[in-house]
Design a protein around this ligand. Structure first.
Ligand code: HAM
Length: 422
C-alpha cells in the first residue's frame, strides 16, 4: 500500500522554521524599538475587514482590488463579504475612526506589524501571505512628518545592518493639481492609445495614472516621454515637496527624486516614496508609502492630512542576508546511567527555575551520545549526574570548552552557569 501523500502548504506561503526565527525576532525587536523611539504607538487591527473597505480606500482600479484579494463571500443572501487585508492602511484608518481616536489627540502616530494577503504570482520576494511593518501618522500636513516616517524606516534598516539601498521620492500633487496632470497625461497618451496593451486602454478611461505602472516593455518605453506629476504641481504642493526635500537633507538622508514613482494604490497625494535595494532582484521594493490627505475624509472622518509607509518584512530580511544564528543553551543535562535519568531531569528543572536554558535526552541514549547532543545543542556546560554524584546529592559541571570539571550542589551549579563563580 502506498503511504498517503504528505500535505503541502498553499503556493505563495512560507513555513517559518526554528532556524529562520532568530532573524525575524531581531528585525521585529528593532521595529518595535525604533517606532517607540519616534513616539509611535502599536495597533493591531483584525486580519480581515469588510470587503467594501478596500474598494473604497485602496481603490477600485488598483491591481490589489481588481485581482489580488482573498475574499470570503457573504454567507447570507445580501450579506457582507470579508477580505483578508491586502494592506494595513485602510484597516488602521477604520480603527482610528471607529474608536474616535482623533478626538483624543489631534495627531495620531500609530505603528503595526503582521501578515498581509495578496493573490499574486509567487516568485522570489513575492508571496501570497507576506508580512508588513509600518506606520500611519494621521492629523498633520506638516512636511516634516513625511520626513520623520522616512527617517524611522531608514533607522530600522540601519539598526539591522541593511545597506546599499536607495530612497526615491516623488510628488503626486493634490486633488487640484492632479486634475491638470490627468489632462496632460491623457493628452500625451491619446494619440497612441491604440498601440497600448488592453490593460492600459482600460486604465486610460478608469484611472489614467495607472498606465504609468504598466510592465509591458513597449508601453514602458512609450511612457518614458510621458509628462510627470511633479511638473504640474500647484504652488502649495511645490512648496510642500521642496520642504520634504530640505527636511531630508537636514536629517542627513540621501535620496533621489524619481519622477516615475506613481505607486500602485489610489489614495496617494503629494509625497510618495520607495526604498529599493539592488540585492532583491526584480522585486526590489523594501517598502513604500506617502501622503494620503484625502482618504480620512473620504472614509467619513475629518479632513486631515495623513502619511505613512509599509515595509515588506520578508524583503527586509532578504536584504539583511542569510543569517544562521547558532542556537545556544546554557546547559545540557546528562544522565551517566539509566538509574540517574530522573535526577538529570530534576537537575534540569532546578536550573531552568533559576533562569538557565537547557535540554536533556529523552531517548535513553548512552553517555557518549548525550555528550554529542550537548555539543550539537551549543550548550556551554554539560551537567552530569551518575551514581557517584547521586550518592552525594550533587551534580558534575563540565564546561564544554574543555575547562575544569567540578562536582557541586545544584545551587552552586546554577551560580557557576551564570558566571557568578569562577
Ligand atoms: P505597497 O507598496 O503595496 O504599500 O506595499 C509595501 C511593501 O510591501 C512593498 O514595498 C513590498 O516590500 C511589500 N510587498 C508588497 N507585496 C508583496 C508580496 N506579494 N510579497 C512580499 N512583499 C510584498 C502598501 O501596502 C501601503 N499600505 C503603504 C502605505 C502605508 N502607504 C501609506 N501608508
Amino acid at each position: 500500500m502506498t503511504p498517503p501523500a504528505v500535505p503541502r502548504r498553499p503556493e505563495g506561503t512560507q513555513d517559518l522554521l526554528p532556524e529562520n526565527l532568530p532573524a525575524w525576532r531581531r528585525l521585529e525587536s528593532a521595529v518595535r524599538e525604533v517606532f517607540e523611539l519616534y513616539g509611535y504607538q502599536e495597533v493591531r487591527p483584525p486580519l480581515f475587514e469588510s470587503t467594501a473597505l478596500f474598494h473604497k480606500s485602496t481603490g477600485e482600479t488598483t491591481d490589489i482590488v481588481e485581482k489580488q484579494m482573498f475574499t470570503v463571500p457573504s454567507r447570507a443572501e445580501g450579506g457582507e463579504s470579508f477580505t483578508f487585508r491586502p494592506e494595513f492602511t485602510p484597516g488602521v484608518i477604520r480603527l482610528i475612526l471607529e474608536n474616535q481616536l482623533l478626538k483624543q489627540r489631534p495627531l495620531l502616530k500609530l505603528w503595526y506589524s503582521g501578515p498581509v494577503f495578496r493573490y499574486e504570482r509567487p516568485q522570489k520576494g513575492r508571496y501570497r501571505q507576506f508580512h508588513q511593518f509600518g506606520v500611519e501618522a494621521v492629523g498633520s500636513n506638516d512636511p516634516l512628518i513625511d520626513v520623520e516616517t522616512i527617517a524611522a524606516f531608514e533607522h530600522i534598516l540601519r539598526k539591522v545592518g541593511v545597506t546599499g539601498h536607495a530612497i526615491r521620492i516623488n510628488s503626486m500633487g493634490c486633488t487640484e493639481c492632479r486634475g491638470a496632470y490627468r489632462d496632460a497625461l491623457r493628452a500625451f497618451i491619446q494619440p497612441n492609445l491604440a498601440l497600448y496593451c488592453e490593460n492600459c486602454r482600460r486604465r486610460f478611461d478608469r484611472n489614467v495614472f495607472r498606465v504609468l505602472d504598466c510592465k509591458v516593455p513597449a508601453d514602458r518605453e512609450r511612457n518614458e516621454q510621458a509628462p510627470a506629476a511633479v511638473d504640474s504641481l500647484c504652488e502649495a504642493c511645490r512648496a510642500h515637496f521642496a520642504a520634504v526635500q530640505q527636511g531630508l537633507k537636514d536629517a542627513g538622508l540621501s535620496f533621489a527624486v524619481d519622477k516615475r514613482i506613481v505607486r500602485g494604490l489610489d489614495y496617494y497625494t503629494r509625497t510618495v516614496y520607495e526604498f529599493t535595494s539592488p540585492q532583491l532582484g526584480s522585486q526590489d521594493a523594501l517598502g513604500g508609502g506617502g501622503r494620503y490627505d484625502g482618504l480620512v475624509a473620504q472614509m467619513g472622518g475629518p479632513d486631515v492630512g495623513a502619511v505613512g509607509f509599509s515595509a515588506g518584512t520578508e524583503r527586509v530580511l532578504l536584504a539583511m542576508g542569510e543569517e544562521t544564528v547558532a542556537r545556544a543553551a546554557d546547559f545540557y543535562a546528562v544522565a551517566a546511567d539509566d538509574a540517574s535519568r530522573s535526577d538529570a531531569f530534576r537537575a534540569a528543572q532546578a536550573l531552568r527555575a533559576a533562569g538557565l536554558s537547557g535540554d536533556l535526552d529523552f531517548e535513553g541514549r548512552s553517555l557518549k551520545a548525550q555528550m554529542r547532543s550537548a555539543n550539537k545543542a551549543g550548550a556551554r556546560f554539560a551537567v552530569i549526574v551518575g551514581s557517584e554524584e547521586r550518592a552525594q546529592g550533587r551534580v558534575r559541571v563540565k564546561p564544554m570548552d574543555g575547562g575544569e570539571e567540578r562536582v557541586v550542589a545544584i545551587d552552586e551549579a546554577a551560580r557557576i552557569l551564570k558566571g557568578e563563580k569562577p
